[in-house]
Design a binder for this molecule. Structure first.
Ligand code: K7E
Ligand code: CUA
Length: 651
């Protein structure tokens, strides 16, 4: 065969191959219910056996990743808190991810993981999570299981009601838990009623996932607690619980529990977009940071934003309504059809379920009780869809199974209560051990729940585990919901305190999992492509070490000419191009963490040696049979010494 024929033959083969792949793809798509442009697909309820479970780390600030039904932990994803294992917040590249208008903040309290959605169904691209304390939202890339972006929320006193999504991940929402003066200023605390305000923020998410605070709504100074986006018919709306409508600023346990009803705020965000386009928003000067990780440069980049657009309800009729809701509501959850909005009134004796269609009618008929700061309060009787009686004590959160049932966690009576949508009768209940907060059904807050399990996320475990000193582990419980009766299958401990969790079929994520970073795409400014580029460069008292790793040596592994008082940057490129071959790097006495560098990536760490001597360094990841040989020495001389920079491996 001559060359031309060979070429034609190859083209023909690839055409056939493409046809086979496409055809196979079409065959497979019989079961599919939705897909996005990138070709990611989602399958109808009940098709899957294995799931990922993402739990919030609570006060650990991280995300835990588990397999279901095993309940075994695979990974902790560092998000808001420094993690020495992966040098998150210790490496030079990751430090910018922690920048805020308050400076470097290496911790947060993370409550609500939320998977990105397309058509109201989890699509496996990203998972978002809120920083409750220093108001932030993070986005984790689910091809790398790595935090890709953290954006600060301006004009917020704490970001609890977040990061809930609209149906196609158009927006991530964020509501302020604590009202504060906006813009913040020095005022007496007892001037709460006149000076304190809340905000509800809409963060736009673009195709690549980049976040931007598109607009905020200035709302009365209540505590805004949780949120959920509408879906189906209620797409275009988002719902936010509030408590402390009493506007107390001290002893809230008593003073914020006076009113029989507080509110769910229903926000028409499509309307907000119209007002925005009409130029109705005011520009507030402020400062907030957006930090993102550039996957090609292997570098976190921090940007400060200086202003935000704010809509004032009084000037924007139809933007927001209050639905009276008993009593100090916590969770707000929208059923798969998008018609019902269930509220977990912590102190209420029923689970209140509002009807979206009744709400729309009540708005059309102006069935208002009163108006607060330009926000009409709808009549309770006009919006109520049903009440679940005997729901247990302290109902908090509800998820749905896609078969017409809601499952509500009740904290005080420590149980999950299953009830029927429409008849509102309780059909089953199961105790949780103990003090359940959130609960999670795979896809249970989406348009197409996968069902199968409910996971109880418990605060207190008392006698369930071996004691571990004054603090006992928190835990999750796996409960089978495939039959009429819920069945407890398994307990497993979690990291930090679990609040919410999200679960998705394993197949959806597995096929997108990244294996390596191609070395030829590495654009790190201190990265190298081959061992021959390794070098040590002195610039005054700053020394840059361009180092490589490959099984089973560092290049260079002998370095001399470093002096006390030098600022030494190690820029380490892992030249491996094999899946799951990271190398580690640690120097004796380095005032920092190790590095754990993924194949094809570059990471940097800074070291300031304080004493002359010889310092061993080594690989921390058992990478091969000769891992223990993967080590080297750095000679540090006195400040005034004239030892020249020399370096090498095997010389
Ligand atoms: Cu109920 Cu912070 Cu979502 Cu915990 S919150 S339980
Ligand atoms: Cu490289 Cu151990």
């Amino acid at each position: 065969m001559n060359r031309r024929y060979l070429k034609a033959f190859l083209v023909a083969i690839s055409v056939v191959a493409a046809f086979v792949i496409l055809h196979y793809g079409c065959q497979e798509s019989k079961d599919l219910v939705a897909g996005d442009e990138a070709g990611r697909v989602y399958v109808a309820p009940g098709t899957y056996d294995e799931f990922y479970l993402f739990t919030s780390g609570g006060f650990s600030g991280q995300i835990g990743v588990y397999g279901l039904p095993s309940g075994r932990m695979f990974r902790v994803i560092p998000v808001f808190s420094q993690d020495p294992e992966k040098a998150w917040g210790y490496s030079e590249e990751s430090k910018p991810m922690f920048m805020t208008s308050h400076g470097f903040v290496p911790w947060d309290d993370a409550h609500h993981p939320k998977l990105s959605q397309t058509d109201g169904i989890a699509d496996g691209r990203w998972i978002f999570i809120n920083g409750n304390n220093t108001p932030r939202v993070a986005r984790v890339d689910l091809s790398t299981f790595k935090t890709a972006e953290i954006i600060e929320i301006p004009n917020s006193g704490g970001n609890h009601g977040s990061p809930f999504l609209t149906e196609n991940t158009e927006y991530v929402v964020a509501s302020t838990r604590f009202s504060v003066p906006i813009p913040n200023k020095d005022v007496p605390l007892n001037s709460y009623k006149e000076n304190f305000k809340g905000t509800i923020s809409f963060i736009k998410v673009d195709k690549e996932g980049a976040m931007n605070v598109e607009f905020q709504i200035l709302v009365p100074g209540f505590n805004y607690d949780l949120a959920h986006g509408g879906k189906g018919p209620s797409h275009g709306w988002a719902f936010f619980t509030s408590y402390n409508t009493e506007q107390a600023n001290t002893l809230l346990e008593v003073n914020a529990s006076q009113n029989d009803k507080d509110f769910i705020a229903a926000v028409n965000w499509k309307k907000a977009e119209e007002y925005l386009a009409q130029g109705k928003a005011k520009t507030f000067n402020t400062s907030y940071f957006r930090n993102y990780f550039d996957e090609k440069k292997h570098m976190g980049i921090s940007e400060e934003n200086k202003s935000v657009k704010v809509l004032i309800p009084e000037e924007c009729p139809g933007l927001i309504y209050y639905l009276p809701t008993p009593k100090s509501p916590h969770g707000v959850d929208v059923d798969p059809t998008g018609e019902y909005i269930a509220a977990g009134g912590k102190l209420a004796s029923v689970i209140v379920v509002h009807s979206f269609s009744k709400m729309i009618k009540a708005i059309e008929n102006k069935e208002f009780e009163t108006t607060i700061d330009g926000i009409p309060v709808l009549k309770y009787e006009s919006v109520i869809g049903g009440e679940v009686t005997n729901p247990g004590l302290g109902p908090l959160h509800t998820e749905f199974d896609g078969n017409g049932y809601g499952y509500t966690s009740s904290f005080i009576s420590s149980e999950i209560v299953k009830w029927k949508i429409g008849t509102w009768e309780v059909v089953d209940r199961i105790p949780a051990y103990y003090s359940i907060g959130h609960l999670c059904i795979p896809g249970g807050d989406s348009r197409k729940p996968w069902g199968k399990y409910v996971i109880a996320l418990n605060k207190i475990t008392k006698d369930r585990y071996l004691p571990t000193g004054p603090e006992l582990t928190q835990s999750a419980q796996l409960i089978d919901i495939s039959g009429d009766k819920m069945k407890l299958l398994l307990d497993f401990p979690t990291i930090g305190e679990p609040h919410y969790a999200q679960s998705i079929p394993a197949d959806i994520l597995m096929k997108n999992s990244k294996k390596i970073y191609p070395i030829e795409e590495n654009q790190h400014p201190y990265g190298i492509k081959a061992e021959k580029e390794t070098r040590v460069v002195r610039e005054g008292n700053v020394v840059h070490v361009y180092m490589s790793t490959i099984r089973t040596h560092f290049a260079p592994d002998n370095i001399e000419g470093i002096k006390v008082g030098d600022v030494v940057y190690f820029h380490i490129t892992n030249l491996e191009q094999d899946w799951d071959i990271p190398h580690g790097f640690a120097v004796k006495g380095m005032q920092n963490s190790e590095l754990l560098i993924m194949p094809g990536a570059t990471e940097s760490v800074v070291w300031t040696p304080l004493k002359e001597g010889v310092y061993p360094f080594y690989c921390t990841d058992f990478c091969s049979a000769l891992h223990q040989e993967m080590s080297g020495y750095i000679r540090v001389s006195t400040r005034g010494s004239n030892v020249a920079i020399t370096y090498g491996t095997g010389k």
